[in-house]
Ligand binder design. Structure first.
Ligand code: DC
Length: 262
């Protein structure tokens, strides 16, 4: 699967998201995509958003932003009290910028720093802190109130944050495939020859932390449609999601079982 591919449908040029009703009712359409790292959620969400004219919310970037803040201000990532105080001072805010959504920390955009190894190595620790999760869940719901037509991706979007979403998806892939994809991404971006075994071990540690924390653990949301991406490319996953969401819209087909048995 080509994870770096954020292609858009040529016909989607005018498919710009609209903020809809400011109270979040009326024109609401929330699509959630959850699953572990390396299943292609970000690329899938971006492409689905572009095709359907939806805002895109990357909630992993919000947790990474808190980890980045901890690193920048030399805060122990497990020190919830200090982290929450730092978040009061430097709020984590997601906002649309053209056709993407940026995360700012106290008005600063950390950009690619969110993907740095030092951020990556502590993000599961901050993501396990209930107070941090409460704040970010509030911020995610607030984003949906301001932009009620959105596709949002993470670990708990369909289970905790938007259990009433219009359509919920859960992407999976074997750890080996996910490690290989991550290695390919690293080579594409930075070159070199990353150690796939080491990446695999990192993935397994993060999976365990994400799945066993008490709040917002990584689980398949009830009623979510599971898509095993091991043998699917980006386009196939996107096509499946887009057609299910379209079918669920007023006037679409009502039988969603077709094409979901994977
Ligand atoms: O999707 P990602 O790799 O950018 O996520 C970064 C971290 O944040 C990862 O440890 C899982 C965590 N996360 C979370 O706990 N809840 C979310 N809704 C999104 C991400």
């Amino acid at each position: 699967m080509n994870l770096a591919d954020g292609r858009t449908d040529p016909s989607s040029g005018s498919n710009r998201p609209s903020s809809g009703d400011s109270d979040g009712t009326g024109d609401r359409l929330v699509v959630t995509i959850d699953g572990p790292a390396g299943t292609g959620k970000s690329s899938v969400a971006r492409t689905v958003g572009s095709r359907l004219g939806l805002f895109v919310l990357d909630t992993g970037a919000m947790y990474r932003a808190v980890a980045w803040l901890a690193g920048r201000d030399a805060i122990d990532p497990a020190d919830e009290k200090r982290l929450l105080a730092a978040m009061d001072e430097h709020p984590v805010v997601s906002q649309p910028d053209g056709d993407r959504t940026v995360v700012e920390v106290g008005g600063v955009d950390p950009g690619d720093s969110l993907r740095r190894p030092d951020v990556e190595s502590i993000v599961s620790i901050v993501a396990a802190l209930p107070g941090v999760r409460d704040r970010l869940v509030d911020a995610q719901r607030d984003f949906a109130r301001r932009h009620p037509r959105l596709v949002t991706e993470g670990r708990d979007q369909g289970s905790v944050v938007f259990p009433d979403a219009s359509a919920r998806f859960f992407l999976t892939a074997s750890p080996e495939v996910r490690a290989r994809r991550r290695a390919e991404q690293i080579v594409e971006k930075d070159g070199g020859s990353p150690d796939v075994g080491e990446i695999l071990r990192g993935i397994e540690v993060r999976d365990r932390l994400d799945a066993t924390r008490s709040e917002g653990p990584l689980i398949k949301p009830e009623g979510a449609i599971e898509i095993d991406t091991d043998s699917l490319d980006l386009e196939m996953v996107v096509e499946r999601i887009v057609s299910i969401v379209r079918d669920s819209m007023p006037g679409g087909k009502s039988d969603h079982s077709e094409g979901t048995g994977c």
